[in-house]
Ligand binder design. Structure first.
Ligand code: HSE
Length: 328
C-alpha cells in the first residue's frame, strides 16, 4: 500500500517513524511540509527525509506543495496531518476534497475539516468509492470512534463525557502535583508536542469542543457546530485553586460532555474527587459512554503525542487495507 503524508510535524513524524521502524508493508511515496515536499514513487528513504528535515528544516524540494503531491505522487491513501484551522478547515479541507475526488482514500488527524464538513466529505468519499477515516481526531490513541460505532453498536448512547484534551490534563496535573504555574506547565506541554500549533485551542476548551462536535456529527448523526457548544477553558485556573481543592481530596479536570437526551454539548472545568475514574494524569484522556445495554463503558489512553496519535492513523490505514484487499 502506497501512502503520501501531508504535514511533517509531531504527528507526521510519528507516522513516518512507525513505518520506517515497523515496515507493515506500507510504502511512503511522498512527504510534504508547509514549505517543501519529497516525492519518490518507488518509495522514499524515510530516514533521509528525517535527516534533511533536521538539517535544513525542510523535508524536500522547496516550491513543491501538498497540491503537487496529490496531483503527481503515486499513492493509494492520503494521510493529512497538517495543523487544524477550526474556522475554515483550510488548507486541509482543499487537500482532502482533492484527494477524495481523485479516488484516493483519506485519513486525517485534522479536526477542522471533519468538524466543519463531515457530511459533505463523507458524501464525496462515498461517490468516489473510497474511505474517509479520522480516528485520530478524537482522543489520540484511544479507539473511541471505532468503539462507539462498532463495539457498542445496538446500544442507545445516553451520555458521553470525559477528558478530551491531553494538553489541559497535562497542565492541570503538573500544576497540582509539581506546583508549576499555568504558564510553566503550558510551556512544557508545547515543548513536548502535545499542544495544538495554536495552544489557545487547547486551554480555552475549543479543542475539546471540536472533538465533541466530531463525535456528535459522525457517531450520533447530529448536525452541530462549534457555536452550539457551551465552552469554558482552564485559562483562569490557578495553582492555588488546585492546592485548595487538593486539601479536600478533590481536583479539577476539563470535562467535555454530550447529553444525548437533550442533544447538549458542553466543555467546562469540573471539581472531581481525586479517585474519580475520569481523574487521569498527564496527557491521558478518559471517556465514559453511558449506554442502555452495556451500562457505563470507560476508555482511558493517551490523548496526545506523536507516536500515540500516529497509532490511530496506522490503525485506520490497516483497516482500509483490510477492507480493500491488499493494495499494490
Ligand atoms: N492538542 C490536543 C490535545 C492534541 O492536547 O489533546 C490531540 O488532539
Amino acid at each position: 500500500m502506497k501512502v503520501a503524508i501531508i504535514g511533517f510535524g509531531s504527528v507526521g513524524k510519528g507516522i513516518a517513524s512507525i513505518i520506517r521502524d515497523k515496515g507493515l508493508g506500507i510504502t511512503v511515496t511522498a512527504i510534504a511540509d508547509s514549505k517543501s515536499a519529497a516525492i519518490d514513487n518507488s518509495g522514499l528513504d524515510i530516514q533521509s527525509v528525517f535527516i534533511a528535515k533536521e538539517n535544513s528544516g525542510l523535508c524536500g524540494k522547496i516550491g513543491l506543495t501538498p497540491d503537487d503531491v496529490i496531483s503527481e505522487a503515486d499513492f493509494d491513501v492520503l494521510i493529512e496531518v497538517t495543523p487544524t484551522d477550526a474556522e475554515t478547515g483550510e488548507p486541509a479541507l482543499g487537500y482532502i476534497r482533492k484527494a477524495l475526488s481523485s479516488g484516493k482514500h483519506v485519513i486525517t488527524s485534522n479536526k477542522g475539516p471533519v468538524a466543519l464538513k463531515y457530511p459533505e466529505l463523507k458524501e464525496l468519499a462515498d461517490e468516489n468509492g473510497v474511505e474517509l477515516k479520522f480516528e485520530a481526531t478524537v482522543c489520540g490513541a484511544i479507539p473511541i470512534i471505532l468503539s462507539l460505532q462498532n463495539g457498542l453498536a445496538g446500544n442507545d448512547i445516553k451520555r458521553i463525557y470525559g477528558v478530551f484534551n491531553g494538553t489541559c490534563n497535562y497542565i492541570l496535573t503538573r500544576m497540582a502535583d509539581e506546583k508549576l504555574t499555568y504558564s510553566q506547565a503550558l510551556l512544557e506541554a508545547r515543548e513536548l508536542g502535545y499542544a495544538e500549533a495554536d495552544p489557545t485551542y487547547d486551554v480555552m476548551g475549543i479543542d475539546a469542543a471540536i472533538k465533541l462536535v466530531i463525535l456528535a456529527n459522525t457517531v450520533l448523526g447530529y448536525k452541530k457546530s462549534l457555536e452550539d457548544v457551551e465552552i469554558a477553558g482552564i485559562n483562569m485556573i490557578t495553582s492555588e485553586s488546585l492546592q485548595l481543592a487538593g486539601e479536600d481530596d478533590l481536583t479539577i479536570r476539563l470535562i467535555g460532555e454530550i447529553d444525548c437526551e437533550k442533544e447538549l454539548l458542553r466543555v467546562m472545568p469540573r471539581v472531581l474527587p481525586k479517585n474519580h475514574t475520569l481523574v487521569v494524569h498527564g496527557t491521558l484522556n478518559a471517556v465514559t459512554a453511558e449506554t442502555d445495554l452495556a451500562g457505563e463503558v470507560t476508555l482511558i489512553g493517551r490523548g496526545a503525542g506523536s507516536v500515540e496519535t500516529a497509532s490511530a492513523i496506522i490503525a485506520d490505514l490497516l483497516f482500509i487495507r483490510k477492507l480493500n484487499g491488499r493494495c499494490a
